[in-house]
Design a protein. Structure first.
Length: 159
């Protein structure tokens, strides 16, 4: 009985991975045709999360020695048909090779003019970069693997 519960759990985890990854993959596919406009960086800073001993996440703006910890928080403004929009998403398709916070801050300083790609159906959904790499499909394949493992597990222990 316990093994069937474990197999069911693995199956559900696999479905979750597949569905999460599928929506992510569809967004990547659809974003390839997004139009772009010129925008400007209005905020570029480090914001980090520090885990306390109790496991709670606390938002901070901190530094450890000379190494900044956390994530770059980049905000940009852009206009479409004279309507002003604001965005904070740097990359579509997950992390880029430049995701180290300090590199992003150097790449996107305040005042920098940038190319902003936006969803024409919802301009609030925008980004500065694309990362259409094979690594974006890992979650999908892991989910498929979990589903097959759970089916095999269930059939193996059913016999």
């Amino acid at each position: 009985m316990l093994l069937k519960i474990i197999c069911s759990f693995i199956f559900i985890m696999g479905l979750f991975c597949v569905f999460q990854s599928a929506s992510f993959i569809l967004e990547i596919k659809n974003s390839k045709n997004w139009p772009s406009v010129e925008g400007v960086i209005v905020s570029s800073k480090i914001g980090s999360s520090v885990t306390s001993r109790s496991g709670d996440l606390k938002s901070t703006n901190s530094m450890l020695g000379d190494i900044k910890v956390g994530q770059a928080q980049i905000e940009y403004h852009f206009a479409i048909e004279e309507k002003l929009y604001s965005g904070t998403r740097v990359s579509i398709g997950g992390a880029t090779s430049d995701t180290i916070a300090n590199n992003l801050l150097e790449k996107y300083p305040v005042g920098q003019k940038v190319r902003v790609y936006y969803n024409p159906r919802n301009p609030l959904n925008s980004a500065l970069e694309f990362n259409h790499s094979v690594s974006n499909f890992v979650g999908f394949f892991v989910g498929i693997l979990f589903i097959f493992m759970s089916i095999f597990c269930y059939r193996f222990f059913e016999a």
